[in-house]
Design a protein around this ligand. Structure first.
Ligand SMILES: [Fe+2]
Length: 346
């Protein structure tokens, strides 16, 4: 079995492959690692056949949907998953064939209703049902401590104790443990009384994961993260550096239109000398009047350089093929002590 473990801020993902057939599967891929998964798969001589999420993640951004589009392969999740982009809805006791490997599905609700563990040979991919020295929490949407108790004690702990445990999270740098080790040492697995377990889970008082709203919004719907929107825009937009723009302004280059896309207050407090003001929110409605010549060279700027990237992508989509974005924003411009003007758009 080919086995690669990747980590992104404590989130673990796995590329598993059958060396005989060059068939692979990705478990819990994370959006920032897409290029690494694809590079590793080709280095290992694998073609990925399935993209699997062990559950609806509330704390990381799944890459399954984007990879499914890129690779034209199905996304597999438990049938309880709310995500509309799931192609293959799995149920307890079913298997996926990955070349000669058999990937066995155990429905283990509790952390979420759609949580599952995946067994491949001597390894158990536990998602957030069982972590090393802990379990997944049960206070996020569709979490249920009673169900987790049942999944852990009546399903997972009855499996072969020699199984290697590979969870979806690990923050201490350990690669795996074994089921025997967890049953002996995991403090949560020592609470063998259901009501005591439920009380313990209800009193963990954990803080909410960062980005929970965005993670649930995108993972449950297949929508894009803000970072994805920005990186897609940045991929089709050229940039100009702060120093280059400053030099061109000082040379009084008339060909360049500097377009400030911030709100009025920010513009009036201080803008690049000569910059025109066209707030991003009004852009589509005002371009015909404000920018009648689509062949003009335009540099758009905003406070941090993110909104201007999106605005430039919109301008290019509308036909302004010489629109570029300032690399950095007005904050960096001010910090560099570059020239500023205050007041209204002339
Ligand atoms: Fe989770």
């Amino acid at each position: 079995m080919i086995f690669e473990q990747l980590t992104a801020g404590g989130c673990q993902s796995y590329l598993i492959g059958c060396a005989d057939s060059c068939t692979g599967v990705l478990i819990d891929p994370e959006i920032s690692l897409i290029d690494r998964y694809l590079s590793l798969a080709s280095r290992d001589g694998l073609r990925i056949h399935y993209l699997i999420d062990t559950h609806t993640h509330a704390d990381h951004f799944t890459a399954t949907r984007q990879l499914a589009r890129q690779l034209d392969v199905p996304v597999a999740m438990h049938r309880e998953s709310p995500a509309p982009f799931v192609d293959l809805r799995l149920d307890d006791g079913e298997m996926l064939a990955v070349g000669k490997l058999r990937l066995q599905v155990l429905h283990t609700p509790g952390h979420t209703r759609d949580s599952m563990c995946l067994r491949i040979e001597d390894r158990l991919f536990t998602g957030d049902t069982l972590l090393m020295g802990a379990t997944g929490r049960t206070d996020l949407p569709s979490g249920d401590p009673e169900a987790l108790f049942d999944s852990l004690f009546n399903r997972v702990c009855r499996l072969d104790p020699a199984l290697k445990v590979h969870p979806a999270h690990e923050y201490k740098g350990r690669s795996h443990s074994t089921l025997a080790q967890e049953m002996a040492e995991n403090t949560r697995l020592q609470v063998k009384d259901a009501s005591a377990f439920v009380t313990m889970m209800r009193n963990l008082n954990l803080s909410m994961p960062t980005h929970i709203t965005e993670a649930l919004r995108t993972n449950m719907s297949g929508g894009k993260t803000v970072a994805q929107m920005l990186s897609e825009a940045a991929a089709v937009v050229p940039f100009m550096s702060l120093a280059e723009l400053k030099a061109r302004i000082e040379a009084e280059s008339a060909e360049l239109i500097v377009l400030d896309v911030r709100e009025r207050d920010a513009y009036e407090q201080g803008h690049i000398p000569g910059a025109r003001h066209l707030p991003r929110g009004q852009m589509e409605l005002r371009v015909n009047q404000d920018l009648p010549d689509p062949t003009r060279r335009i540099v758009s700027c905003c406070e941090f350089g993110r909104i201007s990237t999106l605005a430039t992508a919109t301008l290019r989509e509308m036909g302004y093929q010489r629109a570029v974005a300032l690399d950095g924003g007005m904050k960096a411009w001010r910090e560099a002590a570059y020239p500023l003007r205050a007041g209204r758009d002339p």
